[in-house]
Write a protein that binds this ligand. Structure first.
Ligand SMILES: O=C(O)CCC(=O)C(=O)O
Ligand SMILES: [Fe+2]
Length: 275
């Protein structure tokens, strides 16, 4: 894997804090056009392929979706987060018709799943997506609040929610726990969005370009406050510390003594009669 395509430690810290990363205009237009054609002409089936198969076996001749995830830049992103030899979990083609006034309810694509090991989902936008066309709405920082699918469906809007308003060829990568929902399409055009879920087959440990592992920017990225959790921000920070420890293998990593304090459960006994 060419180091130049791997994510940096600061980007990984952003993923730990936000549960997502976005790469605007990453995919060339030729691939975007082919990808939409593949959906329209049903050259790639809507139904799931064999789940749990190596991603590398999937759609070998595809000039659209296959070419998209085989791009060295996309391979570098995938490698950084879930390592080599990822597995295909499932895919979904979304075509939201013109004047489709309904959005999805807020949800995560998961049952309650408390693993530190995580899957990623690629959300690929092959054409310009202005706000009136929807885009997928994400809630950065929601991925560590593990919920069951539409448990959060009663909510309408959150402080800090982020619609993917983007140019063609944009890719968002989400942690499996990220809260999101499709938005209505108020335009006269069809909206396309392609989702692909992938599973790791290796321990997710230092898989990215770690040259900047000691950068002070990591701390800033990890302890970003998204505001929507109000006074509960420290709980989020504690969960991110655990996640960063998992990714770096550094069990002593902490900030402000937050985890070290609650992990202090001494077992050393004072010999009886010495007091
Ligand atoms: O269409 C969208 O923007 C989101 C669809 C979605 O929630 C999904 O594929 O999991
Ligand atoms: Fe979803």
């Amino acid at each position: 894997m060419d180091k130049q395509h791997l994510l940096t430690s600061v980007q990984m810290a952003s993923f730990v804090a936000d549960g997502m990363l976005r790469f605007d205009e990453l995919i060339p237009d030729e691939i975007n056009q082919q990808a939409m054609r593949e959906i329209d002409e049903e050259r790639i089936p809507r139904s799931y392929e064999k789940q749990g198969q190596p991603l590398s076996d999937l759609w070998p001749d595809s000039q659209g979706f296959g070419a998209m995830f085989r791009l060295p830049q996309v391979q570098g992103i995938i490698h950084s987060l879930i390592g080599p030899d990822p597995l295909y979990d499932h895919h979904a083609f979304h075509r939201v018709g013109p004047r489709h006034e309904e959005g999805q309810t807020w949800h995560a694509d998961a049952i309650i799943d408390t693993r530190q090991h995580f899957d990623i989902q690629l959300f690929y936008y092959p054409h310009d997506t202005p706000r009136e066309m929807g885009g997928t709405m994400f809630l950065p920082g929601s991925h560590l609040r593990r919920i069951h699918e539409t448990d959060i469906g009663r909510y309408q809007n959150f402080v800090g929610q982020m619609p993917i308003v983007c140019k063609a060829g944009t890719l968002a990568i989400g942690h499996h726990g990220i809260w999101h929902c499709a938005q209505p399409n108020h335009t006269e055009r069809m909206r396309y969005m392609f989702k692909l879920r992938l599973n790791p087959t290796v321990r997710q440990l230092l898989l990215w370009n770690t040259d900047d592992l000691d950068s002070p920017e990591i701390h800033k990225a990890l302890f970003r406050n998204h505001k929507w959790y109000g006074n509960d921000d420290r709980l989020e920070y504690a969960n991110r510390i655990k996640f960063w420890r998992f990714l770096t293998g550094n069990d002593k990593f902490d900030s402000n003594y937050w985890l070290t304090r609650i992990e202090n459960m001494p077992e050393r006994r004072v010999p009886v009669g010495t007091a």
